[in-house]
Design a protein around this ligand. Sequence first.
Ligand code: PRP
Length: 210
Amino acid sequence: MTNGPLKLAIPKGRVLDEAVALFGKAGIDLSALKANTRRLIFELPAHQLRVLVVRDADVPTYVEYGAADVGIAGRDVLEEQGRDLYEPLDLGIGRCRLCVAEPAGARATDDEGHLRYATKFPNLTRRYLEKHGIVADVIKLYGSIELGPLTGLAHRIVDLVSSGETLRQHKLVEVDTLLEVSARLVVNRASLKLRRAPIDSLLARLRAVV
Ligand code: PRP
């Protein structure tokens, strides 16, 4: 569709609050998203926007298929999925890092054989292990990754660390960093041509405040 509102996919969760604040600075009022946390579609006719609230890992899918013209996605999710999207702007929000962690004082050695790494990011983890010549199994989980080493499921985890509080509470320590993460604005390649004017205007507003 070459007219109608621009469709923006925003991830629910931690980045949402920061995104609402950033768009607010850019003169785009998304406070309705915080007022009703069950609603998944928001029409914002004043800004010619339709906002879709989706799971963070689903944002690239919506944008690649054109169900959303633009989206906000973390570098972690983008590099894990490797989808064909235009990434014009680092928004500088949702900052964290993707780290390897293990139980404090229980150093697993790489030559023990059959090391197991639990993670939500199996592709990035496999790439990291290959790069470092570590032979290990990668176990895909969907959340609460820190439980892996505490239950014997895995020796190490590859997970996002922000304040470090979750690691501390579970007596885990960081041993390496795979990726510094922040959220980017991503754009569907066809929309970039067909919806050039509204996308350029959104980009200009956001560039002025990041
Ligand atoms: C993320 C991440 C860590 C935690 C890190 O989990 O997977 O568990 O946040 O934050 P911290 O360093 O500030 O403690 P999230 O809350 O997104 O939930 P999840 O367990 O479902 O991945």
